[in-house]
Design a protein around this ligand. Structure first.
Ligand SMILES: NC(=O)c1ccc[n+]([C@@H]2O[C@H](COP(=O)([O-])OP(=O)(O)OC[C@H]3O[C@@H](n4cnc5c(N)ncnc54)[C@H](O)[C@@H]3O)[C@@H](O)[C@H]2O)c1
Length: 302
């Protein structure tokens, strides 16, 4: 049964390659728009979905999405590497922000649109002294999170201004996602690489940065739930919070092997991200994997 047509930007990336495959299996007609850049997995391309090789900062993308005329849009394409965004702030801001504007513009011209989900991040809150709620102020403090926060503001703006989008937009703010296909520059693959092959992990700020972690296989069903029922912003976390130091210890105890680190500093780093998940739980989210189950599967299965 065809459950409707969905466009996924960034659908070849770490998280959304899993989402693409999930929606294909669930009977949606999927079109992925992705420029096969860092983090992408072109090896998943097959004839189960349509693939369009395109940059979201190219204004022609507006017409391309309008020609697709989907029922649903998920916008996840973004340069997602914080360290890169600090080195290359102009490029990151230009590509991510312009890309956001194009996708929002396309969505307000789609006659059949039932839902548009903008994929944001916990990083838009900045330093989290307490578990942030979705309506708390956003306070992005690095170029990556700033570019993501612009999309969060655009969502409010477009939902409020354009009658045809009213209550048809939603936003997700994930905590740190980990699992198969994640780019090796991120912390969890670095830990895996260290345990398996002796790679030395660059440890930001002595490993004191505190983040909440969630296994990637919990994300596709959460996206489907929001696609069907959501019309607000949703923090996506199970509140499994650890410092990087504790995360390494946990990985060492799960695998029985040692990781190696060396010191490294990230300027202006937020030391703590934590979020309240009441809203998505009340929407009916039932995660499949606990943090421990995800960690074991990721670190121990080949
Ligand atoms: N990984 C996390 O822990 C995490 C946490 C919170 C939010 N997010 C958000 O989730 C989304 C996916 O994150 P990820 O870690 O899977 O990222 P990723 O870097 O693995 O994948 C990003 C994908 O987007 C594509 N892309 C990037 N820029 C593009 C452009 N200009 N035009 C077309 N395609 C482009 C890449 O080719 C890649 O396939 C991002 O929006 C990110 O901000 C990720």
């Amino acid at each position: 049964m065809n459950k409707g047509k969905i466009v996924i930007t960034g659908g070849l990336g770490f998280i959304f390659s899993h989402v693409t495959e999930y929606f294909v299996k669930k009977g949606y007609e999927v079109t992925v728009i992705d420029n096969k850049s860092v983090g992408s997995h072109p090896e998943i391309i097959d004839d189960s979905f349509k693939y369009i090789d395109m940059h979201i900062a190219d204004p022609e993308i507006i017409d391309v999405i309008m020609d697709e005329n989907p029922d649903y849009v998920i916008h996840a394409a973004a340069i997602s590497d914080v360290d890169y965004s600090i080195r290359e702030s102009y490029r990151t801001l230009k590509k991510n922000i312009l890309g956001n504007v194009h996708i929002f513009e396309a969505c307000r011209h789609l006659p059949n649109l039932k839902k548009f989900i903008y994929v944001s991040t916990d990083e838009v809150y900045g330093e989290c002294e307490y578990k942030k709620k979705e309506d708390d102020m956003i306070f992005p403090k690095n170029p990556y999170s700033c570019s993501k926060a612009v999309g969060s503001l655009l969502r409010i703006t477009y939902d409020n201004t354009y009658e045809q989008l009213k209550n048809k937009t939603a936003e997700t703010r994930f905590c740190n996602v980990f699992g198969p296909r994640q780019d090796k520059r991120k912390i969890m693959p670095a830990i895996k690489e260290s345990i398996e092959n002796g790679y030395s992990i660059p440890l930001h700020n002595e490993g004191t940065g505190y983040r909440e972690y969630i296994y990637v296989k919990n994300i596709p069903p959460a996206m489907e739930l929001i696609l069907e029922k959501g019309n607000q912003t949703y923090n996506v976390t199970l509140n499994d919070g650890l410092t990087v130091h504790q995360l390494i210890e946990k990985a060492e105890s799960v695998t029985g092997k040692k990781a190696i680190t060396h010191p490294n500093n990230r300027p202006g780093m937020d030391m703590k991200y934590q979020m309240d998940n009441t809203r998505i739980m009340e929407l009916g989210w039932k995660p499949i994997y606990t943090f421990e189950e995800g960690l074991k599967e990721y670190l121990c299965e080949k």
